[in-house]
Design a protein around this ligand. Structure first.
Ligand SMILES: [Fe+2]
Ligand SMILES: [Zn+2]
Length: 385
C-alpha cells in the first residue's frame, strides 16, 4: 500500500502504513513533515530543511557532493506540493516541480544520534596499554587503541624506541603534530634555567598544557626516554568526571566556572602567549567539552570584574576536587612508554622526584579532531564497530 499525502490532504492528517511496511506514519504539519518510526521515535523535518538538504545532482556539486543549492533561491515559507513514503524513501515534490528523495534509514538515524561516545573512568581505571609497533603497523591494533583513546581520553603505547623525536612517528596515526611556540618536540628535563616548573624536580599538580592559547592542543603525547630517578610517578585525572561531579553537587559553582574569563600566560625569553578564557567549556547541548586548568600559568583576574569573589569559591572547589586522591590515577611511566591524553579532558601531572639520576621526557601535541578522523577511516575499513 502506498501512503500518499498530497497538497489536497488536510494538514495534520495521519496516514498509517500497514505492519508489513513497518507501520511508518507520515504527517504533514504546517511547517514540518513528521515521521513516526515503528520504534515510537519521531523525526520532525522542517520544510526548508527538507528543501535545503536535497542531494540531487542539481542541488549538489556532482564531483564533490558539496551543497550548491542556496536557501534564498526559494521562499522562506516553501511547502511541499506532495509528500509520499514508499519503499523506504520519503519523496517530496515542490511547487516548482523539483523532486527531493530521502532514504528512510538515513532519516531515522537522526532520531538515534549517538552523543555518548565517551565514558568516565571508574574505580581502578588505569590507561590501557598497546604495543607501539603494532599501533603503527597494524590497522586492527590501531583501531582498538584509537577507539579506547576516544572513549576514555587516555592510552599508553609500550615498547617504543628510547630515541629522541620518536613522537614524530605517531603522525600517520594521530594526524600532524600541532606546533606551538617553544619547541616542536618539547624536552622535559631538569634545567637550572628552565622557564617552567616542569624543568625542576618539584611535583607538578594536574594541569593541561598551553592554557595560555585560546585553543590549546587537544591531544598530548608524553614519551619517557630515560627514567632512572626514584619518584616522579605520572598522574592523570579525568577532568570531565571531576566536572560532572562538581556540576551535580554545585551547579551554581559550575556555571561560574563556565562564565568567568580567566587570564593565562606562558612565556620565556623569546615567546609570549596569553589568553582570557573560562576554565570550563560546554557545547550548546550542555555537554562538557573542555577543561582549562593550569594553576601555574593562571594570572591575576582583574579584581574590578564583577563576581571575582564568587569565582574564587568555585575555583577553590574545583582545585579541591582536581587534587582529591580519589580521582588521581598514578603509575610509573617507564623508559620507552608513551602516555597519550585527550588534553581538553584529561589533566596530567607527576609526583616530585629525587634528581639523583637522569629523567628525560619528550612532549608533542596533536589534535583530537584528527585522531577521530582516523577512527572514521578505520571504521570504513570495517575494523571498528
Ligand atoms: Fe605538562
Ligand atoms: Zn535537488
Amino acid at each position: 500500500m502506498q501512503a500518499v499525502i498530497g497538497a489536497d490532504v488536510v494538514l495534520g492528517q495521519v496516514v498509517e502504513r500497514p505492519m508489513s511496511e513497518q507501520a511508518i506514519r507520515v504527517k504533514q504539519q504546517a511547517e514540518t513533515v513528521d515521521i513516526v518510526w515503528p520504534d515510537g521515535t519521531q523525526t520532525s523535518l522542517p520544510h526548508l530543511w527538507l528543501r535545503d538538504n536535497c542531494d540531487c545532482n542539481d542541488c549538489r556539486v556532482e564531483q564533490t557532493t558539496e551543497k550548491k543549492f542556496m536557501v534564498t533561491s526559494v521562499t522562506v515559507d516553501i511547502k511541499p506540493a506532495s509528500t509520499e513514503y514508499l519503499d523506504d524513501t520519503l519523496r517530496i515534490v515542490w511547487p516548482d516541480g523539483h523532486a527531493t528523495c530521502y532514504n528512510g534509514c538515513d532519516l531515522h538515524a537522526f532520531a538515534n544520534e549517538d552523543t555518548e561516545w565517551r565514558s568516565e573512568w571508574g574505580a581502578g581505571y588505569v590507561p590501557v596499554g598497546f604495543d607501539f609497533q603494532d599501533f603503527l603497523n597494524d590497522d586492527g591494533a590501531a583501531a582498538s587503541a584509537i577507539q579506547e583513546f576516544v572513549k576514555s581520553g587516555a592510552m599508553v603505547l609500550k615498547n617504543a624506541p628510547q630515541e629522541p623525536n620518536t613522537l614524530e612517528q605517531l603522525a600517520p596515526r594521530l594526524g600532524p603534530i600541532r606546533e606551538v611556540l617553544f619547541e616542536r618536540i618539547h624536552n622535559v628535563e631538569v634545567y637550572a634555567d628552565g622557564y617552567n616548573v616542569a624543568h625542576t624536580s618539584l611535583p607538578l599538580p594536574p594541569h593541561n598544557d598551553f592554557a595560555s592559547y585560546s585553543w590549546p592542543p587537544s591531544v598530548q603525547a608524553l614519551h619517557m626516554l630515560v627514567n632512572e630517578v626514584p619518584g616522579g610517578e605520572s598522574v592523570v585525572v579525568d577532568g570531565w568526571r571531576v566536572l560532572s561531579e562538581l556540576r551535580a553537587a554545585r551547579p551554581d559553582l559550575f556555571d561560574v566556572l563556565c562564565s568567568t574569563p580567566v587570564p593565562f600566560r606562558m612565556f620565556d625569553r623569546d615567546n609570549e602567549t596569553y589568553t582570557l578564557e573560562p576554565l570550563v567549556r560546554c557545547d550548546v547541548d550542555g555537554h562538557i567539552t573542555g577543561l582549562r586548568f593550569s594553576n601555574q600559568l593562571m594570572q591575576a583576574i582583574n579584581p574590578n570584574r564583577p563576581g571575582v569573589a564568587k569565582f574564587y569559591r568555585a575555583y577553590h572547589e574545583l582545585c579541591k576536587r582536581v587534587t582529591d586522591p580519589s580521582v588521581k590515577v598514578s603509575f610509573r611511566l617507564g623508559a620507552g612508554e608513551i602516555l597519550v591524553v585527550a588534553s581538553h579532558r584529561v589533566l596530567h601531572g607527576r609526583n616530585a622526584f629525587q634528581a639523583s639520576g637522569r629523567r628525560h621526557l619528550q612532549d608533542a601535541y596533536f589534535e583530537f579532531d584528527n585522531v577521530r578522523n582516523h577512527l572514521v577511516l578505520l571504521r570504513r575499513k570495517g575494523l571498528v564497530q
